[in-house]
Structures are given as C-alpha cells and as structure tokens.
Write a protein that binds this ligand. Structure first.
Ligand SMILES: [Zn+2]
Ligand SMILES: [Zn+2]
Length: 282
C-alpha cells in the first residue's frame, strides 16, 4: 500500500478532529459487509434487463434500470440494519436512528417511491429524521451501486455524455487529476471512474476560463475544488496516487474542511446528493 493512501482506520488514528466521522463510516461499512456475508441479507446485486451499453445509449444509469424489487429487497433491510448499528454505537443519535429503523421496517413504508426518488431530499412528512434517513438510504444504496461499478467496464465518452454517474445516477462531485484534455470523473457513491470529453463544465458546458475557478489550500488537505461560476457546479479533485480503487470515502473525509472553507469563503457547494451520502446530518 502506498504511504500516501489514507484509509478510514488511518484517519481514526492520525486525525483526531476527523476520527468520529471516519469511525462512523467504518462502522457502517462493516455492517454492510456483515449484512452481505452473515446469511441474513441478499447479495448486493442489482439485476437489470438488457446489456449495459443499451441502457447507457438510452441515457439510463444502471441502478435506475435495475429491477425495483431487487433493489428494495436489498436496501430496505440494509437501511434498517445500518440505522440499528448506528444506534448501538453512537448514543447521541440512538433515538433518531431507532426511529428511522422502526419507520423503514413498518410494512407500509413506501419503499418503491423512496428508492425511485433517492436523489431527492425527503421531507419530514415522508419519514422521521429525514436527513438521517437520506444519509442511511444512500449508504445502503452504495452496496448495489458499488457492486455494479465493480462488475462492468464504464462506458466510453461516445456512449455516455450525461453529467451523472453511469452506474448510480448521482451527479459527479469528484474527479481525478489527469493529464490531457479530458476529465476523469469519480463517483463518490459507487466509485465509478468515467471519462467526459473536454474540460468544459460538465453540467452547463461553460468553457470560458474566467468563469471556471480552482480553489485549493494546503491547510484543507490533499485535494482542490473546481467550480463553475455560470451554473454553480463544483468538483473536488484528487490526485490519482492518493486514491484506492472504489469510492473515495476516506479521501473525502480527510479533505472535508475544503468543502467547509469553499462554502464559507466562496459560496461554492458541491452536489447535495453527493454531500448527503458522505456527511451525516449534524
Ligand atoms: Zn455512481
Ligand atoms: Zn457550469
């Protein structure tokens, strides 16, 4: 392992200010692995009809093309498991987490609607402790999404031009610094890496350099932010040598101060779904 690679365990040991957030994600990741391996939950598959290329040519991310019942049968019990584990390990959020677990285990919980709308922030009318539920739902969906991203080669730029992850449909919020004139985008939920042609803003196509900003500071960790002044889109950029394969969870936590500083000083904020999947509500 490269000396530069940060893991959640290393952050817990070496970065006291970030240790609680790293531990929270380590505990949830551990529970998702237990769920998949202890015989209580289904394997993290997301079956869909038709080859990936057909889905991508019609503009559909694979997770959204998956059979809804397969995704529900995985995510419903996993969301409840994650909520109960959180309650057991973090007394401060135990009450809220147990309320979420009880709500999602209720036979009448509208799972098809909540999964179909997983990128939208739910309201308190939909579910108690809506921001916490959204965070846990996204952490549960990361299991089938990561499985998809590991199972198939990502689409080439001529097959996929949409500004969203071809596997899970979350808008890009991270990228890998790379030579050349294309962007290598990185999904923070499933870890997919895919290429988008050119260096224009992925969302609005802005090309004027005076409208594209880069923000960085050695105080906020090994990453920078690139932001488009025309549409507000922003990406966190990591160096390839610092990244393990898969979702950049540890690097996101290590550099979370960059998001705080960029929002406070520059009014720059990345995609809310990506942030909701990474950072639990206060
Ligand atoms: Zn993704
Ligand atoms: Zn833009």
């Amino acid at each position: 392992m490269s000396a530069e690679i940060w893991t959640l365990e290393r952050i817990e040991t070496e970065e006291p200010a970030l240790a609680a957030l790293a531990r929270l994600h380590r505990v949830l990741a551990d529970e998702a692995v237990l769920f998949a391996t202890d015989g209580t939950g289904p394997a993290p598959k997301a079956a869909f009809a038709g080859p990936p290329a057909v889905q991508w040519l019609s503009g559909r991310p694979l997770l959204l093309a998956a059979h809804p019942a397969v995704v529900r049968d995985l995510c419903a019990p996993l969301t409840a498991r994650l909520a109960r584990r959180l309650a057991a390990e973090f007394p401060d959020v135990a009450e809220a987490s147990l309320a979420v677990a009880e709500a999602v285990e209720h036979p009448g919980f509208p799972w098809p609607e909540r999964i179909a709308a997983f990128r939208e922030a739910p309201s308190e009318d939909d579910v108690p402790h809506a921001p916490l539920f959204h965070f846990l739902l996204l952490r549960a969906l990361a299991a089938p999404a990561t499985h998809l991203a590991r199972s198939f080669t990502p689409p080439t730029p001529d097959r996929w031009k949409r500004a969203m992850c071809p596997f899970c449909g979350v808008h890009p919020a991270a990228a890998i610094a790379s030579p050349g004139s294309d962007r290598c985008l990185l999904c923070v939920l499933c870890g997919c890496r895919w290429t988008m042609e050119g260096l224009a803003c992925p969302t609005c196509g802005e090309k004027r350099t005076e409208r594209l900003r880069a923000l960085a500071s050695p105080d906020v960790g090994p990453a920078s932010l690139e932001a488009c002044d025309s549409c507000g889109f922003a990406l966190k950029v990591f160096s390839e040598s610092a990244l393990p394969s898969g979702p950049p969870l540890a690097m996101e936590i290590l550099t979370c101060r960059l998001d705080l500083v960029a929002e406070r000083d520059e009014g720059v904020r990345r995609d809310p779904v990506a942030l909701a999947a990474l950072f639990p509500p206060e």
